[in-house]
Design a protein around this ligand. Structure first.
Ligand SMILES: NC(=O)c1ccc[n+]([C@@H]2O[C@H](COP(=O)([O-])OP(=O)(O)OC[C@H]3O[C@@H](n4cnc5c(N)ncnc54)[C@H](O)[C@@H]3O)[C@@H](O)[C@H]2O)c1
Length: 314
């Protein structure tokens, strides 16, 4: 049954970004009133629906806190973040400022405005590091291997603190590698978007290392469904949001080449330091506690993504 959010006032931080715009579309569709807080530093090319209100503000600053306290949301979906793992190595202070301080600021504002429900984007791959168990369950010890992963772990500790204090009911969703229409294909992260864009421009895709490293590729529509279910629930803690399946980067790029009709060889680049060798997320807890499971197969998701980039590139 489709989730209904009539009468709910949902604030989405980072709502102009890749996962944000899809989430805003789904929330409006479900009947919610939506206010987006985003400073637009990495907005998606996918336009924000006109029915959503936009407040251009940095989540770590006072204007965002004031907007939350004035608008009094009934729930907050906190997506705003510096999302680049490599960038977090180059600029760890900036990463901590946005990802840790920005989140603490949003949580404090939620508490001050009496908003009990907060759902926050975390990251399975960045949090578990070199996990012993695959697919990895939530009780695997977190061993982040980057400032970005360390920030996500700190955020989860803050969510636990605010929840135990009785101030809010917070849920962290540990996403897999999210892909789909609207993702930025011009940066250094997001292999599906980057490869799709290169292929449609007639350029060879790039594989880092031998391409045997695996990731849990999760379609954005499935991640959005988990966000909406999370906002509509009162469960707390941290749940994986992934498919449970590993896909090697080399295989993924080959599938995209086939879909795009590209016959050349991929280019090779060295593997950046600290890259996790294997990643897949056990999704049984989200199934049990949220009633969530992924619905879009990798082949279907890749075809939809490539098609959406076709209109972008042409
Ligand atoms: N894309 C993935 O594969 C993936 C995987 C795991 C977790 N996540 C998490 O999901 C969330 C959303 O990711 P995304 O892929 O949509 O990223 P994105 O970069 O496309 O979107 C992030 C949005 O936040 C905004 N933003 C950044 N810093 C801000 C600030 N200080 N104040 C206000 N707005 C700010 C950007 O302008 C952008 O619109 C992030 O928290 C990210 O860490 C993403």
């Amino acid at each position: 049954m489709a989730v209904t959010m009539h009468g709910r006032r949902v604030m989405v931080t980072g709502g102009a970004g890749f996962i944000g715009v899809h989430s805003v579309e789904a929330l409006l569709e479900a009947g919610a009133e939506v206010l987006v807080i985003d400073d637009l530093r990495h907005a998606s090319y996918r336009p924000l629906p006109g029915a959503a209100r936009l407040e251009v503000a940095d989540v770590a600053e006072g204007t965002a806190r004031t907007a939350i306290e004035e608008w009094q949301p009934t729930a907050i979906l906190h997506l705003a973040a510096q999302g680049g793992v490599n960038r977090s190595w180059r600029e760890p202070t900036m990463d901590a400022h946005i990802n840790v301080l920005g989140t603490v600021s949003v949580l404090a504002a939620a508490m001050a405005s009496g908003c009990r429900r907060v759902v926050v984007a975390s990251s399975g791959g960045a949090l578990y590091g070199a996990a012993r168990r695959l697919p990895t369950p939530e009780d695997e010890p977190a061993q982040p291997r980057s400032p970005y992963g360390t920030a996500k772990l700190s955020i989860e500790h803050y969510l636990g603190h605010f929840t135990r204090a009785g101030a809010i009911d917070a849920l962290a969703l540990r996403y897999g590698n999210v892909y789909g229409p609207g993702q930025d294909g011009t940066g250094e992260a997001g292999v599906v978007a980057i490869s799709s864009r290169r292929l449609l421009e007639g350029r060879a895709p790039v594989i880092r290392g031998d391409g045997a490293q695996t990731r849990d590729f999760t379609y954005v529509g499935d991640v959005v469904a988990a966000n909406v279910l999370g906002l509509n629930s009162t469960v707390t803690g941290a749940f994986n949001v992934g498919t449970g399946s590993e896909t090697a980067i080399g295989d993924l790029v080959r599938r995209l080449c086939e879909l795009a009709g590209y016959r050349g060889e991929p280019e090779r680049e060295p593997l950046p330091p600290g890259e996790v060798a294997r990643s897949a997320l056990d999704n049984s807890l989200a199934a049990e506690r949220l009633g969530w499971s992924p619905a879009v197969s990798l082949d279907d998701g890749l075809a939809r993504t490539l098609e959406s980039f076709r209109t972008q590139v042409s």
